[in-house]
Write a protein that binds this ligand. Structure first.
Ligand SMILES: [Zn+2]
Ligand SMILES: [Zn+2]
Length: 446
């Protein structure tokens, strides 16, 4: 442990734990960390306010809690709200899904930037009607950035999206490596899933509209609707075909790196962002010590393929966002300190070390950072539009469209013949429903 005196405040930093302490440093600019200092407090703040009712053991005080409870706050017409639905790694874990950020705007629009593995559970926890969650921008085609796309596609349709899912993603150096090829293959992969679903629920959500754009576009507009402009610019990650994004609306600018080595495009096009989210990988010693990589591959992955914390800080010092957000590392009690310490060797501005369900409310005057409080036992969110019942010919139409025999989207006589007779147990359910709802629900086969 090491003590640094900042003004009158002594701040203790955890330094020197395990392999995380490879590099000893002395020049930590802790004074600019917004939290943990007295700078932001006003002189009378700690004194009792005589206008407030006295504390009582049985009456609660009407005092807002410093957490975000989804679906309890209006979004101001001028406000942008960003919710981290995944901040971790390809190896997802209960505490962190892989990359996914939701941007909600005061004009009613909502956008996903990346939709990595594990993020669909976070999304459902927010209880947002799925018709509003119909736009996804994918930065590159690693599973930790689009591995939950098929889950949003199918699960979203089941939970109330009755319009196509719109997806934007980059081309590749050859057509086979582009987003359109990936989503076409995904639809092929889902053929059994869809074949077995059509005819049972509202069919309108089982469509995906994909826009593939040139990954070499430099600050090219790829989306412009309703006062919102999304641009893409190249990223350097894996192989050709990774991109970063900016979203501009109402004089607010959100930028998102997806994955990239520090690059000239981000430096140029992310400048002056209100909120800049950039990948920041686990510190190299922890890649060895906790992920079990060899030092050689840890150095390669942690500094050359991804952005090391020290390089993240250098990028942010250059673009000067109102708030910098680091993601793409396992954010634990024994890793966060090391990551922040390394970032602080090169950056002393406002910073969030992202974790899942961190929320940023961004206006021109203020940026408020909180954690969302969510339930795990969520059901479907409210519907923004009522569903329609499936049509009688949905299966046939689907099979014709897919070029597969109609009988393939049903049961063969062989399987149908395996049904054990439980009609006497099920028939009363139809009778109860008919009686309770005042409509006739005939038992199948009657
Ligand atoms: Zn990646
Ligand atoms: Zn990644």
């Amino acid at each position: 442990m090491r003590h640094l005196a900042i003004g009158t405040v002594a701040v203790t930093l955890a330094v020197g734990v395990g392999v995380g302490s490879w590099i000893e440093r002395a020049d930590i600019s802790v004074g600019h960390v917004l939290k943990n200092t007295f700078d932001a407090l006003s002189p009378g703040m700690a004194l009792a306010d005589e206008t407030e009712p006295e504390i009582s053991p049985i009456q609660v005080r009407d005092r807002p809690r410093d957490a975000y409870y989804p679906n309890t706050e209006d979004l101001d017409p001028n406000e942008m709200r960003v919710v981290a639905c995944g901040t971790g790694m390809p190896t997802t874990r209960a505490a962190q899904a892989a990359a996914c950020f939701l941007v909600e705007l005061g004009n009613g629009d909502k956008f996903f930037f990346d939709i990595g593995s594990g993020s669909s559970e976070r999304i459902s926890s927010l209880q947002i009607p799925y018709n509003y969650l119909d736009k996804v921008f994918v930065g590159h085609l690693h599973t930790d950035h689009f591995g939950a796309l098929h889950e949003l596609f199918i699960g979203g349709a089941l939970m109330g999206r009755n319009r196509p899912l719109r997806v934007w993603g980059p081309s590749g150096s050859v057509p086979e490596l582009g987003t359109a090829a990936a989503t076409d293959s995904m639809k092929d992969m889902l053929l059994w899933d869809l074949s077995a679903r059509v005819g049972a629920t509202d069919p309108r959500g089982y469509q995906m509209d994909v826009t593939e754009f040139d990954y070499k576009g430099e600050n090219e507009i790829i989306y412009e609707e309703n006062g919102v402009v999304v641009r893409s610019f190249p990223a350097i990650h894996g192989i050709d075909g990774a991109v970063s994004f900016s979203l501009e609306w109402n004089d607010l600018k959100f930028v998102y790196s997806s994955d990239t080595y520090p690059n000239k495009w981000f430096i140029e096009y992310a400048k002056d962002a209100d909120i800049a989210i950039h990948e920041c990988f686990i510190a190299v010693p922890d890649i060895v010590g906790k992920l079990g990589f060899t030092p050689e591959s840890a150095l390669e992955v942690g500094t050359q393929i991804h952005t090391a914390p020290e390089a993240f800080g250098k990028v942010m010092s250059e673009i000067q966002p109102r708030i910098a957000v680091a993601y793409h590392f396992f954010n634990d009690f024994d890793t966060a300190g090391g990551v922040e310490e390394r970032i602080r060797t090169t950056y002393d501005g406002p910073l969030s070390l992202a974790e899942d369900f961190m929320v940023w409310n961004v206006t021109k005057d203020d940026i408020r950072v909180r954690m969302a409080v969510t339930e795990e036992h969520t059901w479907s969110p409210p519907l923004s539009e009522p569903p329609i019942p499936p049509g009688e010919n949905d299966r046939q139409t689907f099979a014709e469209k897919q070029g597969i025999p109609v009988e393939s989207v049903g049961f063969s006589d062989f399987i149908e013949g395996g049904k054990w007779d439980v009609d006497d147990a099920l028939r009363p359910i139809y009778e109860q429903a008919s009686e309770a709802l005042g409509r006739d629900f005939p038992y199948p086969g009657d």
